[in-house]
Design a protein around this ligand. Structure first.
Ligand code: KMH
Ligand code: ZN
Length: 283
């Protein structure tokens, strides 16, 4: 199978996923759940080296929501406060309807996540049947929203090849993937699996990797060693080190940026990341 691009990247794209849909504010007080907390987090993470923010929002009771007015306000506020690439989640929470997940694009983000298949998700199932994937992908093309292909398992990589073959290239013309590793039910988060997954990606694709929970550090180090990019944040881990809760998303970005610096591929600015990913600046 064709080899994905990776080792040639001059810098490291760092995406921060600050909130997610799974952790509860009551259990994780440092989780940004209000718009004000999210904007403050975004500014701090931009300073620490992030170029992309992967956004899930919460309602007034801190529950996950895909409310379109809130999503629009969030996109606008993040654009006003930072030059980060604003990537809205179309995955939402496992309880969200396909209709609501499709409507996320109407909030006018720069980019969105697009998961390439259904996966067991702990005790739940994260549903992404082929019909939903194709509808979502076609809408990203129509609306010029640049998708990031989320790959939780090897079958998702096969589905990505099929999607590109049947529907053509994404908005922006460039394929960027995120290997989401270590989800209970998806591919494991270790170096051997990462290398195999990267080898199966479409030719010319760039890729980031995310390790959930205790796989965060092995996946981060393996991704840098293999020439990839990084996603970190409290969506993916709420523990900084054994027994020590994450204090802020910014400290996860700082750690990723320091590791990237050590690998001599320092953090990319949002402007350089936009060029790499084909994301226009709508600000
Ligand atoms: N919250 C998960 C069920 C995405 O953002 O696109 C799905 C998720 C993936 O987080
Ligand atoms: Zn997400």
């Amino acid at each position: 199978m064709a080899t994905a691009q990776g080792t040639s990247a001059a810098g490291t794209l760092i995406t921060v996923a600050p909130t997610g849909a799974e952790s509860e504010k009551s259990a994780v007080p440092a989780l940004p759940v209000t718009l004000e907390e999210l904007v403050t987090t975004a500014v701090q993470c931009r300073e620490a080296g992030a170029a992309v923010i992967h956004v899930h929002i919460r309602d007034a009771a801190a529950r996950p929501t895909l409310d379109l007015t809130r999503l629009r306000d969030t996109v606008q506020a993040l654009r006003e406060a930072t030059d980060l690439i604003v990537q809205l989640s179309t995955g939402g929470a496992v309880t969200d309807s396909f209709e609501d997940r499709l409507a996320v694009l109407d909030a006018g983000p720069d980019a969105c996540s697009l998961t390439c298949g259904t996966v067991n998700f702990g005790a739940d199932v994260f549903m992404n049947p082929w019909g939903f994937m194709t509808e979502l992908y076609a809408r990203t093309q129509q609306l010029s929203v640049v998708p990031e292909f989320e790959l939780f398992d090897f079958g998702h990589i096969a589905a990505l090849h099929r999607l590109l073959a049947e529907l053509g290239p994404p908005a922006g013309g460039h394929v960027h993937c995120d290997l989401v590793m270590g989800v209970p039910g998806g591919m494991p988060g270790d170096a051997a699996t990462l290398v195999q997954a990267v080898a199966a990606l479409p030719e010319g694709a760039t890729w980031s990797a995310t390790g959930i929970g205790r796989t965060t550090l092995p996946v981060l180090l393996a991704a840098l060693a293999a020439g990839g990019h990084l996603r970190v944040g409290m969506e993916d881990t709420v523990t900084y080190s054994r027994g020590r809760p994450v204090a802020s998303n910014a400290e996860l970005v700082q750690r990723a940026a320091a590791a990237a610096e050590l690998a001599q591929r320092p953090a990319l600015t949002p402007a350089t990341a936009r060029e790499m990913l084909g994301v226009p600046d709508h600000r």
